[in-house]
Structures are given as C-alpha cells and as structure tokens.
Design a protein around this ligand. Structure first.
Ligand code: 5AD
Length: 373
C-alpha cells in the first residue's frame, strides 16, 4: 500500500497506518492503534487490513493452508460458562461420550484424507486421566507413517479439554499429546468473572502456564462481540496475545445459544471478528490462525473471508454424525448439517482445495508445528 493510499484511510492515525503498512514486527502495535482499526468498518480499512494481514501471514508462514481434524469426543461438561450451550446447567443439551474405538475410527478417516493433526475436544467431562492417555497413544499409533521421510512419522495430537490439574496435562504429554487449545475467551477480568460462575481468568492463565512448562504448543484466543465486551478490550487482548507468542490463536464471533443465560443477547459482528482476525495476524505473524467454525456458521460461510484476512488453518469436523449434531456449543453450527459423505477422504480433500484456491493459498499436508520456536 502506498503512503497516499494509507492517508486516504483518513480516520487512521499515523501509527495505525504503520500497523496496516507493516511496520510490525519491528515495532509492536499499540492497543490504541489496534482499537482504531477495529472500529473502522469502512471498505478502505477492510482492503488495507486484508493486504497487510496476508502479507504478514505469507512472510511469517508462507501462503499455505493447513487442515486439522476436529473430533468432539464428549459433550458432557461440569463447567458453567454462560455463553456455551454445553454448560452444565443446560438440561436440554444432548450428552454423549465417544468410546476409544469411535475416536480411533474417526481419526483414521482423517488420516485417510491426508490430515496430520487430530484435535480432541470436549467439555470438562472429568474423563479418567489414564483412559485419555490410552486414547492419545492409540490415535498416535493409528496415524503412524513408517515411510515418512520428513521426520514426522507420527501425527500431531492437540487436546482441547478445558481446565484440569497439571498432573493430568503432564500424563497426557507423556502419552504423546503435542498441543493444547484453551482460549482465554476475554482478557477483561471483570467480564471474564461475569461470564464464568465461580472461576476467574487467573485459573485459566495458570493452566496456560502449566501447559507451557510441560512443553505443549499452546493455543489461545477470544470470542468477539460478547455482551459487555468493549472494542478497546479486544485491542488489549490482541496485544497481550501477541506478547504471548502462541502457537495457535482462535478468534470467532459470539453466537447466542437460546438455552443459555445469554440467549437473548446480540450476536457478535462478523466484520469486527474479521478485522480482529486480521489484526491478530498482523500482531502475531507466526501463529497458526484458523478460519473458525463460528465464522462458517453465519448466514453464509465466512471461512474464505477469514483466510483473506490472514487466517491459515481450517478444522474440518471428523466427529461421527450423531455427535456433530449434539455438540452444540452454539446453534447453527455448520458441520452439524453435514452428512457422513462430507467426511469421505476425496470429499474432504476437495473441499480443502476449494477453500485454498478461493483464498490464493496452497494446501500444506504437514503437521504445521509451532513456528515461533
Ligand atoms: N459463540 C461463539 N463461540 C463460542 N464458544 C463457546 N460458546 C460460544 C458461543 N456461544 C467458543 C469458546 C470456546 C470454544 C471451544 O468455543 O471460545 O473456547
């Protein structure tokens, strides 16, 4: 972008212009500049953010798209996050727990489609620690490629199982887990406390610290458009996440679930979520950033838009069909409507290639490990 084009953005300050024009990572972006850009809903800002975010992604990680297979292993949850449809107080939620065989079979379908990362996600279901260790080992073995020449014979296993004691995280690392996803959701302490009964942000950050100590590749992230969330709060979150050098960052719009206390609240704004994705990319050039399922579950599928705003990961759902429908964090989840047919290896590969083509990216079949190291 030329300086003239930057100045034509008019409402942008000099320093905000530096952010979109790519002065970072020489100079970290200031939250005030990030806030200004988050607040600019005009087309010129959108174009500038797309260009700057794509450049940051391509210079940090290359113009690549990677896919991670998501398997939702249980919808039981003992936590009571007020935004989430799986919260313990929702008596209408459908609860299930996949057996080891079901999980390994789902993972095997993902391996046949060429994916090299399996994400095992659940509510805080209290599953036995050793049972989960056995599942991790079984998934790693099921994906082993004896002929791998790139040193990546074993697939990556990512866990997203919520807050557990450090000893559990240690046991799962020992069993072969590589990564852990746990969004901070919001870094605004008061808002966090209002959204989570009986648990504060410190407990989540303590889990992050434990996971890092144990050598996990760590993912964080936030929801955008939570009731009571401010744009300056989002800007602070993006700056603090950049400082945290997370291997992965997930950002998605808040979607009200009718059977939760936030059921009547306004949904998060898609434009704001996309600008937050672009700014997360600009602030964190080496993080893997997904075009999230929440972005696919709007009035249309916004995943290609997210890729154009700097994302570089998609997470196709490989849960069994009955589980995809029941795992209702929010309503209208895109993959819930998909048939088993969508998971056939050739279909999964096709749809990945289509997304990559539409965003001008090349499909990368590798594990896509932490790139900050
Ligand atoms: N809308 C959007 N995202 C949600 N999540 C949970 N509930 C909702 C909702 N109602 C997100 C949280 C969580 C991730 C698994 O899903 O950020 O970390």
């Amino acid at each position: 972008m030329t300086r003239e084009a930057g100045m034509a953005l008019g409402r942008l300050s000099e320093r905000a212009f530096a952010v979109v024009a790519g002065a970072w990572p020489v100079e970290p972006p200031a939250p005030d500049d990030v806030r200004l850009l988050l607040d600019s809903a005009d087309e010129a800002t959108a174009d500038a953010l797309k260009a700057a975010a794509s450049r940051a992604r391509d210079s940090g990680l290359g113009p690549r798209l990677v896919a991670r297979a998501l398997i939702e292993i249980s919808s039981y949850c003992g936590n009571s996050c007020r935004y989430c449809g799986l919260n313990a107080c929702n008596r209408l939620a459908r609860r299930y727990s996949l057996s080891e065989d079901e999980i390994v079979e789902s993972a095997s379908r993902a391996f046949r489609a060429g994916l090299r990362t399996i994400v095992l996600q659940s509510g805080e279901d209290g599953r036995d620690t050793a049972e989960l260790s056995a599942i991790i080992g079984a998934v790693k073995r099921a994906g082993f490629r004896p002929d791998a020449v790139d040193g990546a014979g074993y697939p990556a296993v990512t866990l997203s199982l919520g807050e557990r004691p450090e000893a559990d995280y240690a046991a799962w690392k020992e069993a072969g887990a590589d990564r852990y996803l746990m969004r901070m959701e919001t870094g605004d302490r008061e808002l966090y406390a209002a959204l989570h009964d009986g648990r504060g942000l410190d407990s989540r950050l303590a889990c992050h610290a434990a996971l890092r100590r144990l050598g996990y590749q760590l993912g964080s992230g936030i929801m955008v458009g939570l009731p009571g969330q401010s744009v300056s709060g989002i800007a602070l979150d993006l700056a603090s996440m950049a400082g945290g050098r997370y291997a992965m960052l997930g950002i998605g719009p808040f979607i009200p679930h009718p059977d939760t206390p936030l059921g009547d609240e306004t949904p998060g704004d898609m434009g704001l979520a996309l600008r937050a994705t672009a700014l997360a990319r600009i602030c964190s050039p080496w993080s893997w950033i997904p075009a999230t399922t929440a972005m696919a579950s709007q009035e249309r599928d916004y995943r290609v838009d997210a890729l154009l705003y700097g994302a570089n990961v998609v997470m196709p759902n490989f849960s069994p069909a009955y589980a995809r429908g029941a795992y209702a964090i929010y309503p209208g989840k895109r993959c819930a409507a998909e048939s088993d047919d969508e998971q056939r290896p050739e279909r999964a590969t096709d749809s990945l290639r289509r997304l990559a083509d539409a965003a001008g990216l090349a499909v990368d079949p590798g594990r896509a490990d932490d790139a900050w190291l």
